[in-house]
Design a protein around this ligand. Structure first.
Ligand code: SF4
Ligand code: SF4
Length: 107
């Protein structure tokens, strides 16, 4: 088991700053969904993590805590992700880099 980043959608969607998406050193790992959080009444979407690509460096945690001051990201053991976070696993279409929700890797 290993640590991955887990974004609290309710905190992130209330801010929607997108700052962390500029600092992750792994390509296509922190992504942004305009739809995520709308079911909870938020308008502008949330960042989310492609947990199968996350290398566990925690740089995003530092950015969210210290630069954005939003404290929305925690590192969590991949087998302990809350059920809701399993939707953060993504797959890529054959001719597209657009993230789509896919079946979870764990759970
Ligand atoms: S820095 Fe934090 S609040 Fe801003 S988009 Fe990333 S997870 Fe959300
Ligand atoms: S822990 Fe590192 S690799 Fe994983 S999402 Fe955050 S910045 Fe990217």
């Amino acid at each position: 088991m290993y640590l991955v980043a887990d974004i609290n959608v309710e905190i992130c969607a209330a801010k929607s700053c997108k700052l962390c998406t500029q600092y992750c050193p792994e390509a296509n790992t922190i992504l942004y969904s305009d739809e995520m959080g709308k079911d909870k009444g938020f308008k502008y979407g949330s960042a989310y993590v492609a947990v199968d690509r996350c290398k566990g460096c925690a740089q995003c945690v530092w950015v969210c805590d210290n630069m954005a001051k939003n404290n929305a990201i925690k590192m969590i053991m991949i087998d302990q992700l809350p059920k809701a976070a399993l939707t953060e696993n993504v797959a890529y279409g054959e001719k597209s880099t657009t993230a789509v929700l896919a079946s979870p890797v764990v759970g």
